[in-house]
Design a protein around this ligand. Sequence first.
Ligand code: HEM
Length: 607
Amino acid sequence: MITNKYIYHIELLVGLFKILIPSVLLGRWLVAVLPFQIGLFQIPLYLGVVVAFITCRVQYDRFYQRRDAAQRGAVLAPEIKGRWPGNVDILVKLVKAFHEDYPMSFEESLFDELQSDTINVRILWQDLILTRDHHIIKTVLATRFLDFGKGDANNKTRLALTLSLRSLFGLLGNGIFNTDGEEWKAHRALTRPFFARERVSDLEHFNHYGNKVIELFLARALSAESIDVQEVFARFTLDVAGEFLFGTTKLDTLDLPLPKPGEAAVGAKGSLGHDYGGFLNALEQIQLIISQRIRRSWLWPLYEWWGDATSPYSKAIDDWVAPLIHEALEAKKKRGSEKMNVDEGSLTDHLADSTDNVTLIREELINILFASRETTASLLTFLMYMLSQHPEATMKLRAEVMDILPEGAPTFEDVRNMKYLVAGTDHPSPSTSLLERDSPLVCPSTPQHAGVYTSFGFPRRSWIQANIHAWLICQSDVFRFPHATSKDLWGDDAEEFSPERWIDPERLKIMTSDPFKFVPFNAGPRICLGQKFAYNEASFMMVKILQVFDGFELHQEDAPPGSLPPSSWKDKGGRAAIEKVWPLSTITLFSKGGMWIRMHPAETDAE
Ligand code: HEM
């Protein structure tokens, strides 16, 4: 059987043959018809024929796509014209910008350069449509949902590789994130009941780990030292997920030593103070490999020609998860025909209740762990950052918390009554949705610059990056980055941190005028299953923090060397000029070197 592992090799060979066979035939014909012998000059001749063949093929495809779009009353999205073949120079700039620039600013400059909110970056001849146009995002995510997919799951023998399916395979296998069509539907049906309202509205399961976070924060605050809140929130969300999803308290990462101010090293994602051990290191490593793959575009498998770089780490994950699944299946046997109640047990138990397929359970668990962890941690981290920069918002938020619940664990109702908190947390971590079209599509007309309406035709097999990322970060109050159209979407104060925009009726009208302006959790049929869980988790943690602390000071000088934003950002204007941390993004957003905050215990200030 052909496994996913070898598909790239086969695709590459098929692709090469498709180019080489006609080129060789053409070359032989040329050699035969030439009236003289060319000897060794045959080599450059054959090379020339290959180059000419590829060029003609690319031009023909372009001509065909343009004609097809025109027949449908559309145009192709404006294309970035790099200096090097295949836009290799743009690829190099993208990678460089990823390491050095303010997130998405290079992409933003490309939108601006072409004066369009939808562009084709066409890296290495692969159509890559970037869009920050919410009309198109709506089409992709909702109205024409069925026309788009995560990747080419059915046709496994063609050269176009998709980022989503193939590059994430090492980690996510065929889980909910990584599948399409009927397979995805089956996953969603399997997992959805676990996120029933009764279960996610029970905030009690955050309490144990929430208390641990407070203890850690207090210990550092009492010694007047800063703490890397990013690291703490990453562990908090992980430990919560471990219990909620896997039904295990074995992770307990909050008990491991934390990085110390001034002594931490720059880690893969944040600061590094401790080696987590097998399972967690494996998770971190795989996520890094995936983000590397995304940057390498469709060429990534070449870097892993001799073996899937994720394999050793997948094995470590398997070794950790397998006994938990085994336990859940054994427990099911003992229960006999009795099914579990919807509000009992972990996700592992529920999945085991529905299937004996160990691979399916494993993949589903890892998918949801992947979905749940960094996203919520990132939201909490950047919310703390914003509070550190806006003491007036901290005061307002704390006043609300102290008014409703000065101590104790908040319930779902408590949180729901905290209007300012809800507004403050309405800024989830950005993410990028990357989808693929398998046939040409014309999107509905969308207003482009200068009020001109345009319909874009997306060529067959384009990758479409609904650029929720660029698009999202600028519009939420926590994640705002310079964005050409954010003011059009969100008003003149788009770049200001202002939870009030979610409360003031007039401003709220702007926010809610089109639900597709704000899609951090995706939209349409594939909307995030954990949205309520994430809001509850983040709100719970913030209430606990604000009951104990009344001020947060950013101490980014305690971060490892090289973590502060480059001084060149000062000239860039917008958020880049004022940012005090260096936001970086792999799949979710994080702060380089951690987010070092000194907490002020409320009692200390009162004295
Ligand atoms: C602030 C936190 C979160 C954000 C911003 C977020 C965002 C998203 C986004 C954008 C997607 C769509 C991804 C794509 O298909 O390209 C998604 C899907 C998903 N999320 Fe979340 N998420 C968050 C937290 C969570 C949590 C806590 C859970 C579970 C406990 C979760 C479970 C899922 C699942 C299962 C999917 C796949 C849905 C599907 O494909 O049908 N998420 N999330």
